[in-house]
Unconditional design. Structure first.
Length: 357
């Protein structure tokens, strides 16, 4: 629904347009949607311009049919037309917001409130969740037809014995070592991969980007075919990675899935299995570029002469899942940890005194 005139429009679901989720077992090579092609100027993006934020360096896309000004969703710096840069590719699909701004504010306030005891005084004083911004973040949604082979060593414990006395006790284990090899075929449906190089690069000294991945998953099966109308009232970040740049991330995730797929066959190796060699055979993949909705609140923690640290609290624009980072008073956290440790230690001593032999 348009937030200005309340007009309702309907758009074709991307699942139906591209047949996502169908024929994954028959995928061969790389199949890509129009929006997943290598980045270049696109005709449908005539009114979509991208601004370079001089505050934090983020690239923010806005629909100029509705607004000629914008605020960076990462640091809230006001963007000017002088910071406009060349635009990237238009995505194949967009997943509309379901969570309202009022609901997002409530969730962010609740998240920060639960952690207020440890928060910096400056953060509590300056905390204004009303500054939350709705933003569409660029992802590639990937289907994959894959097979993998893993080789390594597994151990089965045969005996254990302890030598020494008191605090000098040492436990030894005997185990038989076996060569282990597993092969597995598997299909992956709707795997999200970040398509922004800035968001996929987790510089913990500068920001807390990694919190975005903690609010997954999104119901991508309900995404609709691209329509710039959905950007009205929101900002967005353009994709700057092509498929070649994201392929290593996909391969790592597929190997992780393969290891998980064979876990149930390794129960006899009670001492564990170490994989020394791994091989992935990606028979085929399908890539669709998609905007996913996130409500984002940011806070810049100043650190003397350093550039400081950007903290984010993110709300999944579909499910309401909320996660984030707030600046804390370290001494309070250490005090709480020491207090808890003292309590646990005292309880252990009491139990030994009461029930020990």
């Amino acid at each position: 629904m348009c937030m200005f005139c309340r007009h309702k429009w309907t758009t074709e679901r991307v699942e139906e347009k591209y047949g996502l989720g169908e024929g994954i077992d028959k995928l061969v090579g790389i199949v890509r949607g129009a929006g997943a092609a290598d980045i270049e100027d696109a005709g449908d993006s005539a009114h979509i311009v991208t601004f370079k934020c001089i505050g934090c360096g983020a690239e923010v896309a806005i629909n100029t049919e509705n607004s000629m000004s914008a605020r960076c969703h990462w640091c809230r710096h006001v963007l000017s037309v002088n910071e406009q840069i060349a635009n990237g590719a238009v995505p194949d699909a967009v997943l509309p917001f379901r969570i309202s701004k009022e609901d997002a504010i409530r969730r962010i306030r609740q998240f920060a409130g639960r952690r207020s005891f440890f928060a910096l005084k400056a953060f509590k004083k300056e905390f204004t969740p009303e500054n939350v911004l709705g933003v569409f973040l660029p992802y590639m949604i990937v289907d994959a037809n894959a097979a993998a082979e893993v080789q390594g060593e597994g151990e089965i414990e045969t005996a254990s014995y302890t030598e020494g006395e008191g605090n000098n006790k040492t436990t030894y284990y005997d185990a038989d070592v076996y060569a282990v090899e597993r092969k597995v075929k598997f299909l992956v449906d709707d795997l999200p991969i970040e398509a922004s190089s800035q968001r996929s690069n987790f510089d913990r000294k500068a920001n807390t980007n990694n919190i975005i991945n903690t609010i997954l998953p999104f119901d991508t099966e309900n995404a609709v075919a691209w329509d710039a109308s959905y950007l009205a009232g929101y900002s967005s970040e353009k994709r700057d990675l092509n498929i070649d740049g994201m392929m290593p991330v996909l391969e790592d995730q597929l190997l992780s899935i393969a290891r998980s797929e064979v876990l149930h066959t390794l129960r006899e190796y009670d001492r564990g299995v170490r994989w020394d060699r791994e091989h992935l055979d990606l028979k085929g993949s399908r890539w669709v570029a998609m905007y996913l909705p996130v409500w984002l609140y940011s806070y810049h923690q100043k650190k003397g002469r350093e550039r400081g640290l950007l903290h984010y609290i993110a709300v999944n624009g579909r499910t309401g899942e909320t996660m984030g980072s707030i600046p804390i008073q370290t001494w309070k956290l250490l005090l709480a940890a020491l207090t808890l440790g003292t309590v646990l230690e005292g309880a252990a001593i009491w139990l030994i005194a009461m029930f020990g032999g």
